[in-house]
Write a protein that binds this ligand. Structure first.
Ligand code: UDP
Length: 453
């Protein structure tokens, strides 16, 4: 039964990698009895399909096409801040005049202006970090003076509490190349300067996964781990029928993918995807194509927007061995028994999904948080290997083929598979009743429910 007097708004940044974990959190709150409203932009609102959650549009100032309509990242973020604050306030006013006033805003940390809106209305504010806690701690260390920007590319390594020693190329590109990301970096830094002004700071991770960091940061920062935010069915949780996030910005080719997977032996398929944002150059597409072909294994490749770059000769040669699609239901694919390896760009959601579903990885990191995530996959969790790029920044077919062999064959394969299974069990435990993430969520729920407005 929905508790109308206990109403939470969950506000997302309108990208697939943000909508998925925030919508999952909204569904979880709804399943625990809170009235939950999911707020997203006008042009993404129709892609949400989550029965227990109320969905409301807010405006980023570009209601027809969002980010693509803006002249620059700066212009988009500025517009979202100005127009988004206004429409979020209107939404809260609307609910306050009804029988379910808003008690709390849970907002995507890329939208730090939502904190001001919560303060204006005197309601709880919780920010939601969509990266790993280890990555977030890098920004926290900058804010707290442990290191400064720009990082000198000549440095041998960076050694910080609770983190492995990081080489320059293992830093997130926001820090390694701050000038090419200045607008996003400004937003990211703002959220870390204001972290303690929030009533809660949630992170989509779990304590066991980043235990060294959790130990090092205990008492220093307010971050609470509540993940992995992956639909319940995959983690043996209890939201009934929860088999998908409930949002697709592109049409998935689910039936075609599942039918094709059914024809392949258990653990044989390479699943290849570089997430929702990546653009892959012509040369890189070709190298990956011939690397997959050389592996002599079945593969399913999500090639969003780059499918025309595939050489005709390659397409003619693959027959039933390969399937190239523009978008799929990644969870269903990773959960399929035929899939034996995930060749991934190392987006944070993709990593959490692979760990939760027990699929070892070949890491093909590009920018943002991916190089740091890939470091953890290979060196800390030991659930995959990192593919190295050559001096021109290209992952060669030979390198890819070599990495696939390490994950799919022999003793190295047995080791990464054993480790992956261990993390799958720990992920399930974290979100099950009384687990580390579940406890953090329950504490939040108890406090929000007890507040008298
Ligand atoms: N995804 C999907 N179908 C695809 C590719 C990706 O459903 O064909 C989902 C994937 O499950 C993940 C999200 O899109 O939840 C991508 O987020 P991630 O953090 O991995 O990467 P980003 O797109 O943000 O770079």
């Amino acid at each position: 039964m929905e508790n109308k007097s206990c109403h939470v708004i969950v506000l997302t940044y309108p990208a697939q990698g943000h909508i998925n974990p925030l919508l999952q959190f909204a569904k979880l709150l709804a399943s625990r009895g809170l009235k939950t409203t999911f707020a997203t932009t006008y042009y993404t609102v129709n892609s949400i399909d989550a029965p227990n959650v109320h969905v409301e549009p807010i405006s980023d100032g570009f209601d027809e096409g969002g980010f693509k309509q803006a002249s620059s990242v700066e212009a988009y973020l500025e517009s979202f801040k100005a127009v988004g604050s206004r429409t979020l306030a209107q939404l809260i006013n609307k609910f306050d005049a009804s029988d379910s006033p808003v008690r709390c805003i849970v907002y995507d940390s890329l939208l730090p202006w939502a904190l001001e809106v919560a303060k204006e209305f005197g309601i709880y504010a919780a920010t939601f970090l969509t990266n790993s806690a280890s990555l977030c701690s890098l920004y926290w260390h900058i804010v707290n003076g442990l290191f400064t920007l720009p990082v000198n590319p000549e440095i041998e390594s960076l050694s910080l509490p609770g983190l492995p020693v990081l080489a320059f190329h293992e830093l997130p590109s926001f820090l390694a190349y701050p000038t090419s990301h200045s607008a996003y970096l400004a937003v990211v830094m703002e959220k870390f300067y204001r972290l303690t002004e929030n009533d809660w700071v949630f992170c989509n991770s779990f304590e066991e996964l980043e235990s060294e960091l959790v130990k090092a940061m205990k008492g220093l920062w307010p971050v609470k781990m509540i993940g992995p935010m992956v639909p319940s069915a995959y983690l043996d949780q209890q939201i009934e029928g929860d088999t998908a996030y409930g949002a697709n910005l592109w049409e998935p080719t689910t039936d075609q993918c599942l039918k094709w997977l059914e024809t392949k032996p258990s653990g044989s398929v390479l699943y290849v995807s570089f997430g929702s944002m990546a653009s892959v150059s012509d040369e890189q597409v070709q190298e990956i194509a011939w690397g997959l072909k050389a592996s002599n294994r079945p593969f399913m490749w999500v090639l969003k927007g780059s499918e025309n770059k595939l050489p005709g000769e390659f397409m003619d040669s693959i027959g039933e061995t390969g399937l190239v699609v523009t978008w799929c239901n990644q969870l269903q694919v990773l959960a399929h028994k035929a899939v034996g390896c995930f060749v991934t760009h190392c987006g944070w959601n993709s990593i959490l999904e692979a760990l939760s579903l027990g699929v070892p990885m070949v890491c093909v990191a590009q920018g943002t948080d991916q190089p740091t995530n890939a470091k953890f996959v290979e060196d800390i969790w030991k659930v995959g290997v990192r593919a190295k790029r050559n001096e021109e920044g290209i992952l060669t077919r030979k390198e890819l083929y070599g990495c696939i062999r390490q994950v799919m064959e022999g003793e190295s394969s047995r080791q990464v598979r054993g480790n992956t299974n261990k993390w799958t069990e720990l992920a399930k435990k974290a979100v099950s009743r009384g687990g580390s993430s579940d406890r953090n969520i329950s504490e939040f729920l108890a406090k929000v429910m007890e507040r008298n407005k």
